[in-house]
Design a protein around this ligand. Structure first.
Ligand code: SF4
Length: 419
């Protein structure tokens, strides 16, 4: 993953890839690993995103991953020591973090964004302390390249590349999401493209004064920043790269052949922003005709889906309550207000609440009002409190036990012509 890459498997902080650049030469299909994985997840989702260019909602895990990558890019962008201090590195993270509001980053509440900001600072501090003894200027950081191969213009953006000498390199890809078992397929793409990339040889000559006849990947590495764990892979053999490349060409052929049939699945659909446009998604679930029959195998997915929706609903309820409270404070009772898309009728209902039952009984007894309260119902006591002939002293004592609460009722209507 790299900081400019912000699409891909949901649920993983920033483990994503950005919209690849359009093909620079006619007839070439602009391609990347993220395009391939999105197509394999659901061809229709790919079409919505890349062909129809319909924007997705911002995702907080991409925002988080991007800011971590920006800070690490800042840390390693030195030609010679000294490296930036920890404070400067954290400042680079905060600066990038502050460029967007919590909503623009995809968080539902400012609190969640602040929690992640703190998490990011702690993560970078741990990374810095763990690696500071071994800091050395890297060969390349956030190296982006487009290589033409088999009718494709393939883009890779490597987080960090180390040169071991003689044209041998190590490619490092930071991961900031969950610590899950990852296949090295993305790294196969980096290996294939790096070894074909003529610019890398030039960069080696520029940086180290060495003329090399070829570039060879010695090792590929996922670095999981939250746990400081390294997941190294030896260079892939011809068989692995050949099999992987067949898969790449198969996906590219399908895209060129405009094959965009939806492939609904609980997990993919639950993260998909295009549900409202998708004919295969129906009433909150993949269309019954297209979905798998319920089985023990998909109970785990259903449990996760239920949990995710419940969490989303709870978050929304908190937001709804907060907005209703603000609207209630700003609006007048009986008022009607218009936004650009909705109108709202606001009605306020006030009522007394009495916290201490014993104290209320004692006041009623003292002033001989018990009968008037009609067996101590809330309506009865409120009636006593609001009656005009109530002695002032009794009213004062009852008010000491009472709190006036106002409930706001909001009726929302969508304006005509809006869907
Ligand atoms: S809702 Fe599901 S089937 Fe439809 S585009 Fe999204 S992932 Fe594909």
């Amino acid at each position: 993953m790299n900081k400019k890459n912000n699409e891909a498997a949901p649920g993983l902080f920033g483990d994503s890839l950005p919209p690849p650049a359009p093909a620079k030469k006619s007839g070439l299909l602009a391609f990347s690993y993220s395009k391939m994985s999105l197509y394999e997840e659901c061809p229709l989702k790919y079409k919505f995103k890349y062909i129809d260019k319909i924007k997705e909602e911002p995702k907080f895990y991409f925002a988080f991953g991007n800011s971590i990558h920006t800070a690490l890019e800042f840390l390693y962008s030195v030609k010679a020591p000294p490296f930036p201090s920890l404070e400067e590195t954290l400042e680079a993270f905060k600066k990038d973090w502050g460029r967007k509001s919590y909503l623009e980053k995809g968080y539902r509440t400012p609190q969640k964004a602040e929690d992640d900001c703190r998490k990011g600072l702690a993560m970078l501090t741990a990374y810095y302390e763990h690696n500071r003894a071994g800091f050395k200027p890297p060969f390349l950081v956030e190296y982006s390249t487009d290589v033409e191969v088999d009718g494709l213009l393939v883009r890779t953006i490597s987080d960090r590349i180390e040169h071991l000498g003689g044209g041998e390199i190590v490619i490092i890809d930071y991961k900031t999401g969950k610590d899950v078992k990852r296949q090295p397929l993305q790294l196969y793409m980096y290996q294939k493209i790096s070894e074909m990339d003529p610019r890398l040889k030039e960069k080696i000559a520029e940086t180290y004064g060495q003329r090399v006849s070829s570039v060879k990947v010695r090792q590929l590495l996922y670095y999981h920043v939250p746990t400081l764990k390294e997941y190294p892979f030896e260079r892939a053999g011809d068989k692995e790269i050949g099999g992987f490349w067949e898969r790449v060409l198969g996906v590219a052929e399908s895209i060129k052949g405009l094959k965009f049939e939806p492939t609904p699945a609980d997990q993919a659909c639950s993260w998909c922003d295009y549900k409202s446009l998708c004919p295969a998604f129906f009433g909150g679930h993949p269309h019954p005709a297209a979905s798998q029959p319920a089985s023990t195998e998909n109970i785990e997915a259903l449990v996760d889906r239920y949990g995710q929706l419940k969490e989303k609903m709870d978050d929304l309820q908190v937001q709804l309550n907060a907005v209703a409270e603000s609207l209630g404070r700003a609006a007048k009772d009986g008022g009607e207000y218009a936004g650009s898309q909705y109108t709202a009728q606001v009605k306020k209902n006030s009522k007394w609440e009495f916290g201490n039952r014993e104290a209320v009984i004692s006041v009623l007894n003292k002033f001989d009002l018990y009968q008037k309260a009609l067996s101590l119902t809330l309506t009865g006591i409120t009636g006593v409190l609001e009656s005009v002939d109530l002695p002032e002293e009794a009213r004062k004592k009852l008010l000491e036990q009472a709190v006036k609460k106002t409930a706001t009722e909001i009726k929302i209507v969508k304006k005509e012509g809006l869907i």
